[in-house]
Structure formats: structure tokens, C-alpha cells
Design a protein around this ligand. Structure first.
Ligand code: AHR
Length: 632
């Protein structure tokens, strides 16, 4: 049975947004993860003000270290007041444990900074990093300069002398006096693009390597919040970081691996930084906003329709923040943050996994108000999870009825479901709403947990399914695996695409599948058939094909899900002459996976193939995903 590809007749364009990434602050994705701040609870605003901190030293007595609250600030009221009495180094201090410890690297420099106001006295601070045996592995001093009882910022940088996964930060106060401290912070110098107080370079690099077409942010359920008070509000995430009001993370729950009572969103990584990241990655920014409904798996709190206006206004203002000029209120905020050029926002999502007539009612209001002012913005509405349910079909019909631009579908299902649904979009209406496969991942056996779920069995099922998305790129304009990141010591949800700890990062097999699709997305879909039918499951084979008219490549993706190898002939029908090509293969045991120790256990391997008389003879390995690139 031959596979035929019509190489001269593109069927439909592949959108530049086809393969993207879905970012959420879940599993320590942002705080404790990509946001490179190493101090936990830097502003004493966690539910327990001294969470992450301990007060140390023999000369610090009860009442000498007090958490106070200033009435003048609603966003960051608390600070720590220290009364220092004739102390030397080691007599009186505070110590921070970091998120799951503080990961530091030998010879790398770190910026320590804080805000303080000194009421009286003369104080020298000793800042030090210590390893898990209390050995000092980096130290510096900071002389408190200003003495005028106003808040000041001060910064000092120093190097670590060792690589340690779980260091602590100590600050000793020497001298005499009364001092208030706040926003105590430590950042490494090796951030992404060297931006001060920026993001972990190794984690962003993993995204950059994928060349994603879009980045969806700030997440799924955290957009909704457990309740409306804890929903994501973008306006509270821009401007000076000391004014960004933190909230409890919606994933601060006993769910999955470990309870995370110390999981908060400080918003040091806020909407400006997300837009900037999208720009860095040359990816379309895709923000999702709350639609006036809290998470329906939790409180299901609703804003009455008559009070929805501020939510809609947030959406309108976000478009102005991204695209407005400096004469507009929100464009000016962006400009003041150092980005006078617009971010060129084109997509906006309203609601995440919300459902019922309440969602439809709210979605229509958003649509009408946003389209009236910004008809060019493509609006995304969600038909949620549970793709075979009545709830899902109801929403799909309603959203199509209101002529939604794009509908966001989610599926966390078994590998078998992914194989059975590879043809899901073959029958979707070509003229109606486009599809955003906004969150998907194959979830195997519930008895295995954490990164052990990221098996080849799951990844190959996703690859097979994704050939169906690609074949239907006329309808499916965007797709992203979820969740994106997980910290190995603080995760709530698995599987995840990329695992990290305080020092290292590795891509799962699922990551390499996503990367192979997104770095080989092509510009148009080509028809690919086997016995005149789409290659979608027969004999365990799944395939799709695209042409890249810029790189002059025909790209064919073929998945063999069988336990046996298969000889397969491919015929290229058309006038373009193909002479050379490569095949990149991922293959292996369905239970196989990558890990920190074996970060590239079975990552893709590339070799040359010969093309004779417009034909390629392949021997497809068992359980393999193959990407052929043929030059014309
Ligand atoms: O990706 C994890 C969660 O799954 C998202 O927050 C939510 O949208 C979905 O239920």
C-alpha cells in the first residue's frame, strides 16, 4: 500500500500560529520557576507574613522583629521592622529558604536588593549565601546609606563560590538602630537576554528552541481563580513590581503531588513581561481574560450581568495597553515601562473552561463591545474540556451560532482517545469558527505519577493526533500542549511538557514531538493518502504533509504505532523535482521517558535518505515518529 503526496497542489495554508505554547503559573511555572526571583515571600505579603523566613541570632529578642502594615499602601502594605542593639555579624538576622531551596551556580553573580527606611542608628548588612551544611558560599556587605526615614532601594551584587541546589540567603544586621525592610530580593545575572530581575534563561531557551507560533498566557484556571477576588487581573500586574499586589495562586491546593501552601502569584512576571516574551520569541501574544466567572470546579462565583462592565473594560484597556500609542491612558503605561512601540496584539481569549448559558450570555457581551471598538481583534471563546460531553456540544453550537472567530477546545484524555480522534476535525465545517486546540496531553494510567507519566506511549499518541490537526490546518489554526512547566518538587498536575528543578531543565518526549511539529510547520497543507484515504489509523499509521515554500521543502510526518516495523513506499506526485532528503526519527519502548539524569534518553535522530524517481522507500521502525524533509 503506497502513500501518495500531491506535492504541487497545496490544499490550505498553515497559519503561522499553528503550533504554540500554553503558559500557566501552575507547578511553580512562574513564581519558583521561570521568574528568576530566588527569595520566597520577598514582600511579607503571603498569608503567613513570615512564611519562608526565619529570624536568627542570639541578640534578637521577642519584639525586635515585627511585621507591620502601612495603611498608605493597599498593594504591598507589610514590611519587617528590626530593632538592632549592639550586634556583630551573626547576632541578629533573617534567613530565607527560597522556593524549594535557592539554586545557585559557582562563579555566577547575584543581585541582592531591598527597600528600607532607617529611623535611627548605624547599620551594616552582611548578605550571605550558605549551603545545606551552613558553609558560606558567597558574601557581601551593604551599608545602609540613607538616614531620612523615607523608603529607599539599594542593591549590591556578589558571586557564589559553589554550585548548590538548595542554598539559603542570610542577612545579618550589625550595629545599632531601628530599620524597616521590604522587597528583599535575589536574582541571578544569567537571566534571559541578561534582563535585570528577569526570567530563567534555561527555561526560556527551551521555549525559544520550539519556535512557537504563539504564547498563550497567563494560564487556564488561574485566569478564573477559585473565587472572583482571586481571579487574574492584568492591571495589577503592570508597573513597578513593589506595587503589584500578590494573590494566592489558584494551585495553592492539596492537589496532585504535594500541597503548596506557599504558592502565591507575586506578578513580578506580569502582562508587560509576557508580551515582551512573546516578542522575543517572535510568537503571537495570546492573553486570556476572566469573563466574569470564577472556576466552576470550585466556587463557580458569577458576576451579575449588570456588573459585568469592569470586566469588559479590562479587555478593552488591555488592547489599548498592547496597541495604543503614548497618548492613550494604557499605551502610556506600556511606554513608561520602556516599550513605546505597540505589541501588535491580534488575539484575545475570553474565559477558560467556563460553561453553561451563563458563559454564553457573558461571551456575547464581550464580543459585541470588543468588536464594536476593535473589529480586527480575533476573539477566542472556550468550549472547555470534556470534548465528548453534552456541555461541550451545547457550547460549540452556541459559540458557532454567535460567529465566534476561534473556539478553544481542551482534551486531557488517554493515549487511546488521541489515536481514535486523529480524524476529529476531518468533518468540521471549513467555513465556520476556527479551532484552537488550546490544552491537550495524553494522560496514561493513573497509577503512575509525575514525570513518569511523560512516556513515549503518551507522546506518540499525541504525534498521531497532531497529524490530524495538521491535515486539518484549514480549520485548526492553533494548538498547544498543557501544562508547559513543572518543578519536580512542587507540581500539582502531570504530565507536563518540560520538567525543571532549581538548577536544571529537561524536555520530555512530548516536548520533542511538539518541537518537531513546530519547527517543521510548513506554509501549506498537502494532500497525503494511502489507498485514496487519509492516513489516519489504518495499519497503525498516521500521516500528514506540508510544503514550506520559503525553505523549499516538502515535509512528511508519519507515525507508526504498531509493535512491528513496516516497509512503506512514498510516491511524490507532481512536477517539483526532489533529489535529497533527511528523515528524523523518534522511536523506542512505549514506557520509555527522559529524565534529569538522561535528559535526551531518546530524542530525535536525523539521517539522510535517498529519493529515487520521486519515490522514497522507508522502513518505519516500530513505535516511531518520523519527519521526512525533502528538498526541491
Ligand atoms: O493545564 C492545567 C489546567 O487544566 C488548566 O489550568 C485548566 O485550563 C485545565 O483544566
Amino acid at each position: 500500500k503506497t502513500i501518495s503526496v500531491n506535492i504541487d497542489q497545496p490544499v490550505a495554508p498553515v497559519q503561522s500560529t499553528m503550533w504554540g505554547v500554553f503558559f500557566e503559573d501552575i507547578n511553580f511555572g512562574a513564581d519558583g520557576g521561570i521568574y528568576a526571583e530566588l527569595v520566597k515571600n520577598r514582600s511579607f505579603e503571603f498569608a503567613k507574613p513570615l512564611m519562608g523566613w526565619s529570624v536568627k541570632g542570639k541578640k534578637i529578642k521577642e519584639g525586635d522583629a515585627l511585621v507591620l502594615s502601612r495603611q498608605a499602601s493597599q498593594s504591598n502594605p507589610r514590611f519587617l521592622r528590626l530593632n538592632i542593639k549592639e550586634t556583630s555579624k551573626g547576632d541578629a538576622g533573617i534567613s530565607n529558604e527560597g522556593f524549594r531551596g535557592i539554586g545557585v551556580k559557582k562563579d555566577l553573580r547575584y543581585d541582592f536588593s531591598l527597600m528600607y527606611r532607617k529611623h535611627k542608628g548605624d547599620i551594616l548588612m552582611h548578605v550571605e549565601l550558605v549551603d545545606d551544611k551552613n558553609n558560606v558560599i558567597g558574601t557581601t556587605q551593604l551599608k545602609v546609606n540613607s538616614n531620612d526615614a523615607n523608603w529607599h532601594k539599594q542593591e549590591v551584587s556578589f558571586a557564589s563560590t559553589a554550585t548548590v541546589e538548595k542554598a539559603r540567603l542570610n542577612i545579618w544586621f550589625e550595629g545599632n538602630g531601628l530599620i524597616d525592610v521590604d522587597m528583599i530580593s535575589l536574582f541571578p545575572h544569567d537571566t534571559w537576554k541578561g534582563r535585570k530581575r528577569g526570567m530563567r534563561r534555561d527555561m526560556v531557551q527551551m521555549l525559544a528552541d520550539m519556535k512557537p507560533g504563539f504564547i498563550r498566557f497567563p494560564g487556564g484556571c488561574i485566569v478564573e481563580g477559585m473565587d472572583l477576588a482571586n481571579r487574574y487581573q492584568w492591571k495589577k500586574t503592570v508597573g513597578p513590581i513593589e506595587n503589584r499586589q500578590l494573590i494566592m495562586n489558584r494551585w495553592n491546593v492539596e492537589f496532585g503531588h504535594r500541597p503548596a501552601p506557599d504558592y502565591f502569584q507575586t506578578f513580578g512576571l506580569g502582562f508587560f513581561e509576557y508580551f515582551q516574551l512573546a516578542e522575543d520569541l517572535d510568537a503571537a501574544a495570546l492573553p486570556i481574560l476572566n469573563c466574569g466567572m470564577a472556576c466552576q470546579y470550585n466556587t463557580a462565583e458569577l458576576v451579575p450581568i449588570e456588573d459585568l462592565e469592569p470586566y469588559v473594560q479590562d479587555a478593552l484597556d488591555l488592547i489599548e495597553f498592547a496597541n495604543g500609542d503614548e497618548n492613550s491612558k494604557w499605551g502610556k503605561v506600556r511606554t513608561s515601562m520602556g516599550h513605546p512601540e505597540p505589541f501588535n496584539l491580534k488575539y484575545l481569549g475570553v474565559g477558560n473552561e467556563n460553561w453553561g448559558p451563563q458563559y454564553v450570555e457573558r461571551a456575547k457581551i464581550f464580543q459585541q463591545k470588543i468588536k464594536a471598538k476593535y473589529p480586527e481583534i480575533q476573539l477566542i471563546f472556550s468550549s472547555g474540556t470534556d470534548p465528548d460531553s453534552e456541555r461541550f456540544h451545547y457550547l460549540n453550537n452556541e459559540l458557532r451560532g454567535m460567529k465566534a472567530d476561534i473556539i478553544d477546545e481542551h482534551y486531557y484524555r488517554s493515549p487511546e482517545w488521541f489515536l481514535q480522534n486523529a480524524s476529529r476535525y476531518d468533518s468540521y465545517d471549513r467555513k465556520g469558527a476556527k479551532v484552537f486546540a488550546g490544552e491537550f496531553a495524553a494522560h496514561n494510567n493513573n497509577k503512575i505519577i509525575g514525570s513518569d507519566k511523560n512516556t513515549w506511549q503518551a507522546a506518540i499518541a499525541e504525534a498521531a493526533f497532531m497529524t490530524g490537526l495538521e491535515r486539518n490546518a484549514e480549520v485548526v489554526n492553533m494548538a498547544s500542549y498543557a501544562p508547559l512547566f513543572a518543578h519536580s518538587e512542587s507540581w500539582q498536575w502531570a504530565p507536563d511538557l518540560i520538567w525543571v528543578n532549581n538548577l536544571n531543565v529537561y524536555g520530555t518526549l512530548n516536548y520533542y514531538v511538539q518541537k518537531l511539529f513546530s519547527t517543521n510547520k510548513g506554509t501549506s497543507v498537502l494532500e497525503i493518502t494511502r489507498e485514496a484515504k487519509p492516513v489516519s489509523g489504518t495499519d497503525g499509521l498516521y500521516a500528514s504533509s506540508v510544503i514550506d515554500t520559503i525553505k523549499k521543502e516538502i515535509i512528511i510526518k508519519i507515525v507508526n504505532t504498531e509493535k512491528t516495523a513496516l516497509s512503506q513506499n512514498i510516491v511524490l506526485n507532481g512536477k517539483k523535482k526532489i533529489a535529497v532528503g533527511t528523515i528524523t526519527t523518534m522511536e523506542g519502548d512505549p514506557d520509555g521517558k527522559n529524565s534529569f539524569e538522561q535528559a535526551k534518553n531518546f530524542s530525535p535522530k536525523e539521517q539522510n535518505i535517498s529519493v529515487k524517481k520521486q519515490q522514497v522507500a522507508l522502513n518505519l521502525a516500530p513505535n516511531s515518529f518520523n519527519v521526512l524533509k525533502l528538498k526541491y
